[in-house]
Design a protein around this ligand. Structure first.
Ligand code: GLU
Length: 524
């Protein structure tokens, strides 16, 4: 069997560290067996689609050194590799299942479904995703109605049995059939759901191992049933443990920067990040004394990595550990290579340098002043007050001035920064004008009830460590999204996060502000 693996990111935002992690494991397994590693773009969910996100995935994976053998920008024998270009294939495959009796057309509208769900709830009856009403339609009648709006649903088994998937790491995972429901395969707009598109592609791309995150386990039984309904071989399933925050919750932007581009822009070395990702769950090559070698390369992984030995305990994304690994790689560099890295980091992107010239040149008389004015475009920000930076870890430190407005509790400032971060994250275009609109326009009520002056100062200080900078929105534009979000996350890490109760209160106040603004607008 040729080992063929894939990753299938959805272009819905910044390229996630989880994509890097999956990419590394999938690539290593394919290379270990002389097989192929594929990149598929799962872009059928048009509501969540974000322009630029696909290119960002390519850039981030290439920066890491994870090169794919077949993919949207490279082609290959099974293309196209972008799901939005394969809709005719999914339609054909959905109809194949209707014909073979494994799927059926369902004409229930969402209003009807909602009413039946409410009725079931009132009568305390179980109503899983769908009650199977259209199963009873006469297939010939249903065919005659094919011009009406409808979806195609999979006919799940309704017997007392179980559906079992074999997971490489977890062994058999059983789901009682009573827990399954007739999921939609093809939506009324003709687009496939993830389930149909993923199974069809995994078969047509001859994927031998589906290695993906644990969060896809619930989709496993349906995928298994779909492979069987088509009469196709079932690939090996391997659901990898989720990467977690230090508190064991699923890795989240609130606790760790999750964009691969953040790590690139913050000056991590790709080989260090790969090493760190390799440590997650695997731990590294075994040493003679039974421990693990912490520092290793992808070549070491190719030699020693064993997918089936991966630990299921959720690996923790420990930023301090990553920094430690990165520091090791930096120290290993010979002066020439180190200097090259510094050059690449600082001036490797002439467009970046040129974009900030209009912001800093009016404030300079000599070139010697450049770094005084422009330091924060190149350098991380320490949000701790300069006098307190040397204090022992654990001791209470003052923060850099302006990050928390006078009279505001630090927890509340944390919340405002998290609102800011969310609002900026959701922006597609990243121009000064758009940023200003988002932060000053009507949507800004969601951010805080602070005076705009305080809000903009907190943001300015969070991204620059300074109370004075060139124009805030222009600075945000030039710094770019991943740096800005990373710095907001850095600032949030020095602030205390609100407890559950306080968070609820803050969220409630925010929702009331939004509702109040909506009423005002409609009264006007
Ligand atoms: N598009 C899915 C994702 O974004 C792919 C899941 C899978 O690997 O099957 O993670």
């Amino acid at each position: 069997m040729t080992v063929r693996t894939r990753i299938a990111p959805s272009p819905t935002g910044d390229p996630h560290v989880g994509t890097g992690y999956m990419g590394l494991v999938n690539m290593v397994l394919a290379r270990q067996h002389g097989g192929q590693f594929l990149l598929r773009i799962d872009d059928t969910d048009r509501t969540r689609y974000r322009a630029g996100s696909e290119q960002a995935v390519f850039d981030a994976l290439r920066w890491l050194g994870l090169e794919w053998d077949e993919g949207p920008d490279k082609g290959g024998p099974c293309g196209p590799y972008r799901q939005s270009e394969r809709t005719a294939i999914y339609l054909e495959h959905a109809l194949m299942l209707v014909k073979s009796g494994h799927a059926y057309r369902c004409f229930c509208t969402s209003d009807e479904l909602a009413a039946r769900r409410a009725e079931a709830l009132a009568e305390k009856r179980d109503f899983r995703g769908y009650d199977g009403r259209c199963r009873a339609l006469d297939p010939e009648d249903a065919e005659r109605r094919a011009g009406e709006p409808h979806v195609i649903r999979f006919k799940c088994p309704t017997d007392e049995g179980k559906t079992v998937i074999q997971d490489l790491l977890r062994g058999p995972i059983e789901t009682p059939n009573a827990e399954l429901d007739d999921k939609v395969l093809l939506k009324s707009d003709g687009f496939p759901t993830y389930h149909l598109a993923s199974v069809v592609d995994d078969h047509l791309f001859r994927i031998s191992h589906i290695i993906r995150a644990e969060e896809w386990i619930p989709s496993g039984p349906l995928h298994q049933l779909l492979f069987e309904a088509y009469g196709w071989d079932v690939p090996v399933f391997c659901h990898m443990p989720l990467i977690r925050n230090a508190d064991k919750s699923k890795i989240s932007k609130r606790k760790n920067p999750t964009s691969l581009l953040y790590y690139r822009d913050a000056g991590y070395l790709p080989q260090a990040l790969l090493n760190f990702l390799g440590l997650l769950g695997w731990g590294g090559p075994k040493t003679a004394d039974g421990g693990n070698q912490e520092i290793f390369s992808v070549d070491d992984m190719l030699q020693h990595f064993k997918l089936e030995t991966l630990s299921l305990g959720g690996p923790v994304f420990d930023l301090a550990k990553l920094r430690h690994v990165n520091a090791h790689y930096l120290r290993e560099l010979q002066p020439q290579a180190f200097a090259q890295q510094v050059r690449d980091y600082l001036v490797g992107d002439p467009a970046y340098l040129e974009a900030l010239v209009p912001l800093v040149s009016p404030r300079m008389e000599t070139l010697g002043q450049f770094l005084h004015v422009a330091d924060f475009f190149f350098s991380d920000v320490d949000h701790v007050h300069p006098d307190d930076r040397k204090l022992k870890p654990g001791s209470v430190k003052r923060l850099v001035e302006g990050l928390v407005p006078a009279g505001v509790e630090p927890e509340d400032a944390w919340f405002t920064l998290s609102q800011l971060s969310g609002a900026l994250e959701r922006l597609d275009a990243w121009t000064a004008a758009e940023l200003e609109q988002a932060l000053r326009g009507p949507g800004a009520v969601a951010l805080s009830d602070w005076k705009p002056r305080d809000l903009f100062m907190a943001l300015r200080v969070a991204i620059s460590g300074r109370k004075e900078t060139p124009g805030l929105f222009e600075c945000l534009e030039v710094l770019g999204k991943s740096r800005v979000l990373g710095r907001l996350a850095d600032a949030m890490r020095v602030l205390p996060a609100p407890g559950k109760k306080r968070l609820k209160k803050l969220e409630k106040a925010r929702d009331a502000r939004i509702a109040g603004a909506a009423t005002e607008a409609s009264d006007a």
